[in-house]
Design a protein around this ligand. Structure first.
Ligand code: KIV
Ligand code: ZN
Length: 535
C-alpha cells in the first residue's frame, strides 16, 4: 500500500484553501445560513485546511455576518473574504474580518478579453490600474492579500504576466490563476504554471495558487498538475461543490497527495481522518447527498459486495483497497452484504455480530440469505440476525403498513396531518393520527406513536425507477434510534407509501436488533449459543 508514508521529509508543502463556504455556497441549491456556515467552518478547522474562504462580505448582510462569526469563533486557519476590486467591497471585507487572528482579502478581477469586454468594459490599462489600487488598499486592511486573475486560463499570456506582476508589486502574496470555466487540460495547466512561475517578475516569494472548475471533470487532475508545476496552494471545496459542475474536490486532492506521495513528493498538513465528518456534515447542512460512487466520500468508495472481492478483502484488504477506510475517518464494516456476496463474507459478518454459523447449517442459511438479498438488495445487520435466528420467530414479528392517508397543507392555517394504520402479528391493527411539519413528517410521527420507538431521520432518498411502462419509487432511509443507524428500504408505486414503508422497514430492523417486543419494550434475545442450539 502506498499510503501512510511519513510527511516528515523536507518536501514542498501544499496549502489547502477551502472555498466550500464561498464558491461552494454560491452554487444553486447549496446556500447556507450564517449559523450553518459556522458549524461547517468548525469541521473544516478540524480537518486542518490552511485557509477558510468564509464568504463574500459585500454580497449580502448575511454573508458579512457569516464571515464575521467565523472570524470571531474559528481559530487555526486564516479566515478570508472574497472582494471585488473596489473600495466599498474592500472595506466591507476588512470590517467582517476584523476579529480574525489572521485575515486575508481575496480580490478578483477578470483579465481575459471576454471578461474585460463583456463584463467589465475595461481596457487592459484600466484592469492594471484597478489591480494596483485595490491590492494596495487591501494591504492596509488585513494581514495578507490574494489576487485572482479571473478567467486566467483564457487570458493572453503576456497580459496575464503583467497583471500578476502588478498585483505582486502592489503587495499580493498569493497569486491565484483560476480556470474559471473549467476548460483547461492537465498538460495545459502544467505548462501555464511553469511559464508563470518562471516569467512573473517580483513574485519570487509569492505563492502561486490553482483554482480549477470541474466543467469537463478535470478539476482535481488540473489542480494536481498545477502543484506538480510549482503551485503551492490548491483551492477547492468539500465534496467538490461550487459554481456549475463545482470546484476541485478537496478531499480527493488530499487523498491523492497522501496515497500517492511516491508520485508527487509534496507534503500536506491536514488530518485526513476528519474528511468523512466534513463531507457528511456538508451533505446534511445543504441537503445534497453525496453520490454513492463518489471518490473518497461516497458510500461505495470503501464498500465491497462482489463475492470474489469480499473473499479477497477478508484475506487481505490490500487486494482491493489502496487506502485504509480509517484514514478518511470511516469506521465500521465496509463489506456490503447483498446478492453478490459469498459464504465467506456472510460467515465473517455473522461472526462479528457474535454468531457462529455451523458448517451443516451454512447451506440453508446461505440460500435464505440469497433470497432475502434478491428481495431487499442490501442486507442490514438486523436482517441478518433475524435470518440466523429465524427459528425463534422474531422475523415474523414485524410491523406492516396497511393504510396511510394524509393532508398536505400549502399556505393558510391548515396543519398537515397523517393517519397511519399498521398491522402486527401480536397487536393486530393499530391506527394513529399525528401532525407534523409536512404530511410525511406527520406519518413518521404516527409510526413512532404506534411502535413506541423514537427515531430521527438521518437520510431519506426517493428515486423513480423503470423506463418503460411501469415506474416505481424506491425509498432508502437511514434512521437513528438509540444512537445506532438503521437502514430501511421500500419499493412501491408512489412517493408517499414508499417513504412511510421504508420508515417502517427501518423501525422493524431496529426492533429486531434491539430485541424489543410489540410495545417497544426490551425482551430477552436468544444468545448466540441459543441460536446454534436452535439450529
Ligand atoms: O472561478 C473563479 O474564477 C473564482 C474567482 C472568484 C477566484 O471563483
Ligand atoms: Zn471559482
Amino acid at each position: 500500500m502506498a499510503n501512510n508514508q511519513s510527511n516528515e521529509s523536507a518536501s514542498r508543502k501544499i496549502a489547502f484553501f477551502d472555498t466550500t463556504l464561498r464558491d461552494g455556497e454560491q452554487a444553486p441549491g447549496f446556500s447556507m445560513s450564517a449559523e450553518e456556515k459556522l458549524i461547517m467552518a468548525g469541521a473544516l478547522c478540524d480537518l486542518g485546511v490552511d485557509v477558510i474562504e468564509a464568504g463574500f462580505a459585500a454580497a449580502s448582510v448575511g454573508d458579512a455576518e457569516a464571515v464575521k462569526r467565523i472570524a470571531t469563533e474559528i481559530s487555526g486557519p486564516t479566515i478570508c473574504s472574497l472582494s471585488r476590486a473596489g473600495d466599498g467591497d474592500l472595506h466591507k471585507a476588512s470590517e467582517a474580518l476584523k476579529p480574525a487572528k489572521r485575515s486575508r482579502i481575496h480580490i478578483f478581477l477578470g483579465t481575459s478579453p471576454i471578461h474585460r469586454k463583456a463584463k467589465l468594459n475595461m481596457t487592459k490599462a484600466q484592469v492594471l490600474a484597478a489591480t494596483e489600487r485595490s491590492v494596495s488598499l487591501a494591504k492596509t486592511l488585513c494581514d495578507e492579500v490574494e489576487f485572482s486573475a479571473e478567467d486566467a486560463i483564457r487570458t493572453e499570456r503576456d497580459f496575464l504576466v503583467e497583471a500578476l506582476e502588478c498585483a505582486a508589486r502592489a503587495g499580493a502574496t498569493v497569486l491565484n490563476v483560476p480556470d474559471t470555466v473549467g476548460y483547461a487540460t492537465p498538460d495545459e495547466i502544467y505548462d501555464l504554471f511553469r511559464f508563470l512561475i518562471k516569467n512573473v517578475g517580483g513574485a519570487e516569494n509569492a505563492i502561486f495558487s490553482a483554482h480549477c472548475h470541474n466543467d469537463l471533470g478535470m478539476a482535481v487532475a488540473n489542480s494536481l498538475a498545477a502543484v506538480r508545476a510549482g503551485a503551492s496552494q490548491i483551492e477547492g471545496a468539500i465534496n467538490g461543490i461550487g459554481e456549475r459542475a463545482g470546484n476541485c474536490a478537496l478531499e480527493e486532492a488530499m487523498m491523492v497527495l497522501t496515497t500517492r506521495r511516491d508520485a508527487f513528493d509534496l507534503s500536506i498538513d491536514v488530518d485526513t481522518t476528519k474528511i468523512m465528518a466534513a463531507s457528511r456534515m456538508l451533505a446534511k447542512i445543504t441537503g445534497n447527498p453525496v453520490p454513492r460512487n463518489k471518490a473518497i466520500v461516497g458510500r461505495n468508495a470503501f464498500a465491497h459486495e462482489a463475492g470474489i472481492h469480499q473473499h479477497g478483502v477478508l484475506n487481505d484488504r490490500r487486494t482491493y483497497e489502496i487506502m485504509l477506510p480509517e484514514d478518511v475517518g470511516l469506521t465500521g464494516n465496509a463489506l456490503i452484504l447483498g446478492k453478490h456476496s459469498g459464504k465467506h463474507a456472510l460467515a465473517a459478518r455473522a461472526k462479528e455480530l457474535g454468531f457462529e454459523i455451523e458448517e451443516s447449517r451454512m447451506g440453508a442459511v446461505f440460500t435464505s440469505f440469497k433470497a432475502m438479498a434478491d428481495e431487499f438488495g442490501e442486507i442490514a445487520d438486523a436482517q441478518l440476525i433475524e435470518l440466523i435466528c429465524g427459528v425463534t420467530g422474531t422475523s415474523s414479528e414485524v410491523w406492516r403498513l396497511t393504510r396511510v392517508e394524509m393532508r398536505a397543507a400549502y399556505g393558510g392555517n391548515a396543519e398537515p396531518f397523517a393517519r397511519v394504520e399498521l398491522e402486527h402479528p401480536v397487536r393486530g391493527t393499530v391506527t394513529d393520527i399525528a401532525t407534523g411539519e409536512g404530511p410525511i413528517h406527520a406519518a413518521f410521527n404516527a409510526v413512532q406513536h404506534i411502535t413506541g420507538l423514537k427515531a430521527t431521520v438521518e437520510e431519506l432518498e426517493i428515486n423513480h425507477v423503470g423506463a418503460t411502462g411501469r415506474t416505481d419509487c424506491i425509498a432508502d432511509i437511514v434512521l437513528k434510534i438509540e444512537g445506532e443507524r438503521y437502514v430501511g428500504r421500500s419499493r412501491t408505486r408512489d412517493v408517499i407509501p414508499a417513504g412511510v414503508e421504508a420508515y417502517v422497514d427501518s423501525i422493524n430492523r431496529a426492533i429486531a436488533a434491539l430485541n424489543l417486543d410489540a410495545f417497544g419494550n426490551e425482551k430477552s434475545l436468544p444468545s448466540p449459543a441459543n441460536s446454534k442450539d436452535a439450529a
